[in-house]
Design a protein around this ligand. Structure first.
Ligand SMILES: Cc1ncc(COP(=O)(O)O)c(C=O)c1O
Length: 441
């Protein structure tokens, strides 16, 4: 597969250009290992195309990505899935649709709703992984759509932070019956199209979805895709993205997405099959000491407490072995692989987990978890954009949540802007070690 953006950057630097244009570094770094990257970091000079009006090398590269993902349109973001979520919801706002969302959303969804002035009808999953993970049934989605007094869309996060996947195929069928677009936050699933058959949300029937290329593919941080299966959204996607995106997207990121196409076309499926097989072996080899949370293969999620060790202790012991996880709390530790994880890295991980297993104690049952249905006092937008004060969570009972303030990762909200903070909410804040909360003044 060709790499038009990367090739353009290489050709440009090879002609020893006199750079009388931005950026100010003029192709030279200040000294250090990053220096070679500066030469490739350009702006929209002739021939370089323009991200939100793409008609040249960027359009060509995006068409390559669309061919790989079998979409009606795939569009690059250099501002992560966050920008794609803003664009997906803009498209829904243009159709005056109500938003029905499964509650374990990332905060990027909430900030987009605040910016767009959208209100949300929540569908609560049955939680199996604290605030991070749970299951929603197609019947729940159907009931929410049946109850909706106006045209709606459905928003689902899958895979979730622990790697658990929703039944996108069945949910998509329900959405089709109700003429409701299905939007999937697939930030953690850019690799799912490499399986045979494809497990990618678009292949399973979603209308729109976002993938963070940077999370599980070999792409620079901030790289993401907005995909759609519908030509009507493909036509409007760029305009929707340009409402929020910078006019100075990074060409290093664009080149990284371009190179990622070639990688996916040539090696992606084979590498994913290799890593998936090795991870499956690793799970079997460690089954006598560690329990794993069910989910898509690249999320190696340990049920730490249920295996006899607090997840934060496991994280600490892993760090002593120079192994750094994606996320840890009392119950779970998420270890993320990718197509690029090597056999040597997995065997180092397996050996470390074996050694650390010797320190396990008594298995602890996961703390029971439920999120009480919150009382919505005012609109999300009003609460998030108004004046606020920061309180210790202990002092926040009865107050209204202002801007979302949750640590990232996992950035999954407990109380949402405009909701009254209850005693149960405070207990959940404490459980996740969140000391303060912003409340409406
Ligand atoms: C489920 C989910 N959705 C969206 C996002 C935002 O993605 P990005 O950081 O690519 O903007 C994240 C980031 O962690 C996420 O975990």
């Amino acid at each position: 597969m060709n790499t038009p953006i990367y090739d353009f950057l290489i050709r440009y630097t090879e002609q020893n250009p006199l750079r009388m244009h931005m950026p100010g570094h003029k192709g030279r770094g200040p000294g250090g290992v990053l220096d070679p990257a500066y030469a490739l970091d350009i702006t929209e000079i002739p021939g370089a195309d323009s991200l939100f009006d793409a008609a040249g090398i960027i359009a060509e590269s995006e068409a390559n990505a669309a061919a790989l993902y079998h979409t009606a349109g795939t569009f690059y973001s250099t501002a992560g899935s966050t920008l794609c979520i803003q664009a997906m919801l803009t498209l829904m706002g243009q159709e005056n649709r109500r938003v029905l969302a499964v509650r374990n959303v990332h905060r990027a969804f909430l900030t987009a709703c605040v910016l767009l002035g959208l209100e949300v009808e929540w569908i609560f999953p049955s939680y199996t992984g604290g605030i991070l993970s749970g299951t929603v049934t197609p019947a729940q989605i159907a009931a929410a759509l049946d109850a909706s007094p106006a045209p709606a869309c459905v928003y689902v996060t899958s895979p979730d932070y622990l790697g658990h996947c929703a039944d996108i195929g069945a949910i998509a069928a329900v959405c089709r019956q109700h003429d409701a677009p299905l939007l999937v936050d697939n930030a953690h699933g850019a690799h799912l199209g490499l399986f045979t058959p494809s497990r990618h949300p678009i292949a399973l029937g979603a209308d729109l979805c976002c993938d963070s290329a940077h999370k599980l593919l070999p792409a620079l941080t901030g790289c993401a895709y907005l995909h759609t299966a519908r030509p009507r959204y493909a036509q409007r996607a760029k305009a929707a993205m340009s409402l929020f995106g910078s006019t100075s997207p990074s060409y290093l990121q664009l080149a990284s997405l371009d190179l990622c196409n070639a990688y996916l076309a040539e090696h992606g499926a084979a590498d994913l099959a290799r890593v998936t097989a090795s991870l499956s072996m690793l799970r079997q080899e460690l089954a006598d000491c560690w329990t794993f949370y069910p989910g898509e293969p690249l999320h190696l999620t340990l049920c730490a407490a249920a295996s006899g060790m607090d997840g934060r202790e496991l994280d600490k012991r892993l760090r002593e072995e120079q192994i750094f996880c994606e996320y840890a709390d009392r119950d779970f530790v998420v270890l993320l692989s990718s197509c690029c994880t090597t056999e040597e890295e997995l065997s180092r991980l397996r050996d470390a987990l074996r050694r650390i297993a010797l320190y396990r104690g008594q298995p602890a049952q996961p703390e029971p978890f439920s999120l009480p249905v919150p009382e919505q006092v005012c609109s999300m937008r009003q609460a998030a954009l108004g004046d606020y004060e920061t309180l210790n969570v202990e002092d926040a009972e009865g107050r209204i949540c202002a801007g979302i303030h949750v640590p990232c990762p996992p950035a999954i909200p407990i109380a949402v802007s405009g909701e009254r903070i209850s005693r149960e909410c405070i207990n959940i804040f404490r459980r996740y070690g969140i000391p303060t909360v912003n409340v409406v003044k």
